[in-house]
Write a protein that binds this ligand. Sequence first.
Ligand SMILES: O=C(O)CCC(=O)C(=O)O
Ligand SMILES: [Fe+2]
Length: 375
Amino acid sequence: MFMATTLQQGEGSEVEGEGRSAMATQRMNNLAVMPAETEAKRETDEDVSISSVQELAESGMQAVPARFIRPEQELASFRPYSSLCLEPIPMIDLEGLLDFRRQFTMAAISSACRHWGCFQIVNHEIPQSILDDALGAAREFFEMPSREKQAHKIDPSIPNASGYGMQSSEAKDKVFDWGDVMFHSNLDSWPDNPATYKNAMDAYARETRKVLESLLDVISKELRLIPTYFRNVFGEFEQPLRVNYYPPCPQPELVLGLRTHTDPLVLTALLEDQTRGLQVKNGDKWIPVDPESDALVIFVGDQLQISSNNQYKAVSHRAVVNNKKARISIAMGLAPNAKARIRPAVQLVDKAATSRYETRTYAEVRASSPNGVRW
Ligand SMILES: O=C(O)CCC(=O)C(=O)O
Ligand SMILES: [Fe+2]
């Protein structure tokens, strides 16, 4: 599993989230380089101390430090294009599961899992107030002064630790993402502050779990597995949750808020504020997802791809940033129990062919797939 960390602030560079220190601004501006100098500068930036991207963004720097700049070949895929000519990801009305549209809706979910690995859902029965309160609590958290957030600083030496830190700061490629995250490996690690956080996230997590479990029921039927298949093989689900914060960036065309990844889970639900940023990969194209205030985005994760013996696809996705507005998203996943044995359903393995995957426990799978995003 990926171990994120926050970097130590350098001596004498105390910067509070709500203010700017001239020394810190100067230090951060000194780090900013033009893309041509990127490679040469990346090395010397290794020992730079940054405790959060939000703080860096609020320092007023005009150019991003080299260690955030994506490699040249990846930058090419950022070129702006009109989404008008691109097919949007499927939008599925879950009310259809309750009436005469049931078969059609089930087939639409299955088709989205096969061809996209993602879809949006509306009429999921989660009250709008629960969605709004979760996003509100997330915003309140990130608007707290730096020292209050740092009180929850993640300790990467503890396996499966929860806490606050920069996105992907220990990813193998050493390129940082333009965002911060409050990660909860389970639902008993809420901060006391802000006071609204615990109840709002708890309610959101509980409601979203029901939706994801009902989607899994549909999926097991569509894959012709017994209805309890996933519960039987994955055990009691773990429910990790990531609250993502992407500050505005002076050079959004050079960075990613969150690197390209698949979620190492069964299913993920993503709640976004109204700021665009999520992109999903379909074939060789990156498709922007338009946020809808009453919708959730659902991702097929690696474990569902494996269980389905590749019939369903875990979707590659990433978050881009902009130079005007911070963006918040909350991703909540269903993860197999650490002891669950992960392998394709025997019913889905062609008798003549061997299965595409070896059997491993989820703990082993998670430890061996450090894609740079803590889950
Ligand atoms: O913020 C987003 O748009 C994507 C978040 C995500 O993919 C994650 O938290 O795993
Ligand atoms: Fe993700």
